[in-house]
Design a protein around this ligand. Structure first.
Ligand SMILES: Nc1ncnc2c1ncn2[C@@H]1O[C@H](COP(=O)(O)OP(=O)(O)OP(=O)(O)O)[C@@H](O)[C@H]1O
Length: 308
């Protein structure tokens, strides 16, 4: 049974549906990502999972519990990243960690957690005096200190420098290795690709795709791009007839085609048949970025610059 179940969730603000029939299930021990453009309804969805918002319709369960009706029980199994307004400016880092540990029956030892998140030097500092990245790291520590069964991380590493970001990814991988289920909202494709077992892409309040990161990339319309400068002109009709062709661009004698592996093989066969040499040949696989842009219907841009 999934540890998080969201079924046909609906939520409107002022008559405008921002979550419009979202369903997904997260298995125990999974890292499940939610990706989507700004305003897609991701935070609203996870806040319904956390019991911070009351759904208009639909069903949400965390470890079999209703996050609204069983809020206190859910709070014992679920750790969530706080919003800045939820912590008093005068609280020190140590006090915040001790306070949040005290809320839970079997908390983690907060000292190694603070050390791991680079907060050991800041234990005596007041929350209001921390930098944005230090606050963010404290929020991650507070989400984990209760030793939760499920942790919800909304924009986990936003505002962190690259070293802190990588350290946080390793921490989350270790947390998962300990059996914790992670629900992660992110805008960083590298983060989603590295951490997530499965990803739901939400656009305009609805799940438009749910798959593994590799599965999402495979669905991308122009999953493979081949670019080259032919030694002699290529016939338009023959290019247009290539299998699985998604787009063709010609610029300054260079041709860029997107399609599948089949398109690439057919181009190579076509070139060989006409004894045309492909100068500066480049073949690129699509990334999660490409899949995201395709799935959320934004204009995909594969420029010459990215290929050379
Ligand atoms: N309390 C509220 N009252 C009115 N509208 C709201 C409220 N909270 C969110 N919204 C609106 O609902 C929509 C979805 O917001 P939500 O925060 O869920 O999106 P998101 O996908 O998390 O976006 P982002 O990536 O920008 O954080 C947005 O248009 C937002 O302005």
């Amino acid at each position: 049974m999934p540890v998080i179940e969201v079924t046909d969730l609906h939520k409107s603000y002022g008559g405008r549906a921002v979550v419009d029939g979202v369903s997904f299930g997260v298995e125990e021990g999974e890292i499940f990502g939610i990706l989507g453009p700004n305003g897609a309804g991701k935070t609203t969805t996870v806040e319904c999972v956390e019991g911070l918002r009351v759904p208009d319709a639909g069903r949400v369960r965390v470890a079999g519990l209703d996050p609204v009706a069983d809020h206190e029980k859910v709070a014992r199994v679920l750790g969530a990243q706080l919003q800045e307004s939820e912590l008093q400016a005068k609280l020190t880092v140590r006090e915040a960690l001790e306070l949040y540990a005290a809320f839970h029956p079997r908390p983690l030892d907060w000292r190694p957690l603070a050390e791991r998140l680079g907060l050991a030097e800041k234990l005596g500092s007041r929350f209001g005096k921390l930098s944005g990245g230090q606050k963010q790291r404290l929020f991650i520590a507070l989400a984990l200190v209760g030793n939760p069964r499920v942790v919800v991380l909304d924009e986990l590493t936003t505002g962190l420098d690259p070293r802190a970001r990588r350290g946080t990814w390793e921490l989350i991988e270790d947390v998962r290795a300990g059996g914790v289920t992670v629900l992660l909202v992110t805008h960083f494709m590298e983060e989603a690709q590295r951490l997530c077992d499965r990803i739901a892409v939400i656009d305009r309040g609805a799940v438009v795709a749910l798959d593994t990161p590799a599965g999402l990339v495979r669905r991308s319309a122009g999953a493979t791009v081949i670019s080259f400068t032919p030694s002699a002109p290529l016939d338009d009709d023959e290019v247009g007839a290539l299998p699985d062709l998604v787009s063709v661009e010609r610029k300054d004698g260079r041709i860029t085609l997107s399609g599948t592996d089949g398109t690439v093989n057919a181009v190579i066969t076509l070139l060989a048949r006409h004894r045309i040499t492909a100068h500066q040949l480049r073949v690129l696989d699509a990334t999660l970025d490409d899949a995201f842009l395709d799935l959320t219907k934004e204009k995909k841009e594969k420029t010459e610059g990215t290929l050379t």
